[in-house]
Design a protein around this ligand. Structure first.
Ligand code: PMP
Ligand code: GLN
Length: 381
């Protein structure tokens, strides 16, 4: 392993999911639903496979049907206009979009500011690009960004802000005011911003405001989203970028040498998914809201300190009230102690002390599964 990647081992998600399989514990660790997405969307994938659409290399930017559907979705939900031919790029999940954007836009030594705890691929992709990560810590209990600290963190070497809202793992949804302040700093210091919006449809309190919709941001933002969370098909790995033509061209240049293309037949199915009626998106959100409440209330009842998320499908907790200090040790012992798997937030921080006692639980599971998990956790008291 080269020096850039020396610090990165197996992702915590792989470790914890393997632990769940090995022990038969309830897996509230890795964020994937235990119920697949809409039947009609699955059928659309089967039809595409059978009809021979996408079984050979799709076009590099993505199939035209999907690019058109992505542009329509941006217009329907956010009032944003993107040209499907020059301003939309289909990727192998949001993960590839993030990697390609950072590899395309950063010079070695550039500084990238991101709020920690962050989704684990950010640090690795910044490292692969030879850039330097500058973490700003979101602190419990509210996990709001410190905008003065952000201003202070910007240096002449800062090239890019990497922003995730709704935020994994804290569930913070940035407000329009916070985003406006961030946009102001980006304009003032001529920064690029990459926004990870994969949980855009999972906002329970507040609203999702795409940063790219704010003044001065249209030509300096790479907006990223994905079908995995919104349609409960995390295995399909269909994601996308929407941005100005020069930024899409830059990201595509890197992308074409990473995977070139992917997910042919699934691209047609996701095009249909993006055109589902508003009722689908509302029902999906309300279902997850109810599950959030079941898990958050249950975890509080089991004695953990719960930071109720405004969005995503994760609840961050603090295990100190259980007399526990170390989230990693706690998560490694949890399957044996009570048959549940969770994820230690410490791995999402540069500063290991900042999140040492935080543990994340996913609630994208059947309600009876969540109830069983919290009743098992109650044994820890
Ligand atoms: N960003 C965040 C914040 C995530 O939680 C995830 C996990 N799915 C991803 C990106 C990756 O998305 P995808 O599966 O589409 O690659
Ligand atoms: N995004 C999911 C999570 O945060 C997992 C993605 C992955 O395994 N890389 O749990």
């Amino acid at each position: 392993l080269n020096r850039r990647l020396a610090a990165f081992g197996t992702t915590v998600f792989a470790e914890m999911s393997a632990l769940a399989v090995r022990t038969g514990a309830i897996n509230l660790g890795q964020g994937f639903p235990d119920t697949d997405g809409p039947e009609s969307v699955r059928e659309a994938a089967v039809r595409a496979l059978r009809d021979g659409r996408g079984n050979q290399y799709p076009p590099g930017p993505g199939v035209p049907e999907l690019r058109a559907a992505i542009a329509e979705h941006q217009r329907r939900f956010h009032g944003l206009d993107f040209d499907p031919d020059t301003e939309v790029l289909v990727t192998a999940g949001a993960t590839e979009a993030i990697a390609a954007a950072l590899l395309a836009l950063l010079e070695p030594g550039d500084e990238v500011i991101a709020f920690e705890p962050y989704y684990d691929s950010y640090a690795a992709c910044i490292a692969m690009a030879g850039a330097v990560r500058v973490p700003l810590t979101l602190r419990a209990p509210r996990f709001r960004p410190d905008l003065d600290a952000l201003r202070d963190a910007i240096t002449p070497r800062t090239r890019l802000l990497l922003l995730n809202s709704p935020h994994n793992p804290t569930g913070t949804v940035l407000t329009r005011e916070e985003l406006t302040a961030i946009a102001g700093l980006a304009v003032e210091h001529d920064l690029l911003v990459v926004t990870d919006e994969v949980y855009e449809h999972l906002v329970f309190d507040g609203e999702h405001v795409p940063l790219i919709s704010l003044p001065g941001m249209r030509d300096r933002t790479v907006s990223i989203s994905s079908a995995g969370k919104t349609f409960s098909f995390t295995g399909w790995k269909v994601g996308w970028v929407t941005a100005s033509p020069p930024l899409v061209t830059a990201v595509r240049t890197a992308k074409q040498y990473l995977t070139y293309v992917s997910a042919g037949p699934f691209q047609y199915a996701v095009a249909e998914a993006l055109r589902l009626p508003d009722a689908y998106f509302t029902a999906f959100r309300e279902d997850l809201r109810a599950k959030r409440d079941v898990l958050a209330d249950g975890l509080a009842d089991a004695g953990l300190e719960v930071f109720r998320p405004q969005g995503t499908y994760f609840v961050t907790t603090d295990i100190a009230p259980l007399g526990e200090k170390d989230g990693l040790a706690f998560c490694r012992s949890l399957p044996e102690r009570c048959g549940v798997v969770a994820v230690p937030n410490a791995v999402f921080y540069d500063d290991p002390d900042a999140g040492r006692a935080q543990v994340r639980f996913a609630f994208c599971k059947r309600e009876e599964t969540l109830r069983e998990a919290v009743s098992r956790l109650r044994r820890l008291r």
